[in-house]
Design a protein around this ligand. Structure first.
Ligand code: ADP
Ligand code: MG
Ligand code: MG
Length: 203
């Protein structure tokens, strides 16, 4: 079972991962976007970590709602509202349950992913963060003891699979065919999010 401590560690691990890999994310975004994805997420998750440290919520859902709100209020780029919506919607779905099983988290994240798809209008194969988020959430929902590790793997594979895709949403879509051959920055950061979850649960 995952409690609020696990969720706090998850967000702290994500902040550390984004800080560590900010240059890589920005490099990916410089190929098919505007070279700010690393800076956007670093600003966002640094603010998330600070807010959670200042006043740690007592329930998993509240951790995600606070994180999502912070991302929306601190990140100017598309990724802020999108990740913010993902976490806030998932947090709302968890309500005030004190502990959640991975499969329950998968259900909540599924609602978050649906909200991201509504907000951004993207679908699987459009070369966005959804291409890592969707397979990760599907793997997390499977009834297996290593579901979190499987989700992290699925997210990494989903991010790698965006390389040959042609972007149909976001800035990268302006490049059309020229977006092919570059990994999507948002799918790459989504893989970091699930690697951070695995870190937090010790898988
Ligand atoms: P911006 O494009 O505003 O500079 P970022 O560089 O921070 O924002 O984030 C870009 C990432 O956001 C993309 O790599 C993609 O994964 C994701 N993204 C952009 N638009 C959409 C959308 N409509 N739906 C889902 N994800 C999107
Ligand atoms: Mg950008
Ligand atoms: Mg930008």
């Amino acid at each position: 079972m995952l409690d609020s401590g696990t969720f706090l560690r998850w967000m702290a691990a994500m902040a550390a991962a984004v800080d560590r890999d900010a240059d890589l994310l920005t490099e990916l975004d410089s190929a098919i976007g505007d070279a700010d994805h690393g800076a956007n997420l670093r600003r966002g998750f640094t603010a998330v970590a600070a807010a959670l440290e200042e006043e740690p919520p007592r329930a998993p859902g509240a951790v995600l709602v606070l994180a999502g709100r912070r991302l929306i209020s601190t990140v100017g780029g598309a990724s802020g509202p999108l990740y913010g919506t993902l976490l806030r919607s998932a947090g709302k779905a968890l309500g005030d349950e004190p502990e959640v099983a991975p499969a329950r988290l998968a259900e909540a994240l599924d609602a978050g992913v649906a909200a991201v798809a509504r907000l951004g209008g993207a679908r699987a194969g459009d070369k966005t963060m959804l291409d890592a988020l969707q397979p990760a959430v599907a793997a997390l929902g499977q009834d297996r003891p290593d579901a979190v590790a499987a989700a992290a793997r699925a997210a990494a594979e989903g991010a790698a699979a965006t390389g040959p895709m042609r972007a149909r949403k976001g800035r990268a879509s302006y490049l059309g065919e020229r977006s092919v051959g570059h990994r999507d920055p948002g799918a790459t950061s989504a893989a970091l999010l699930f690697a951070a979850l695995a870190d937090a649960t010790g898988e």
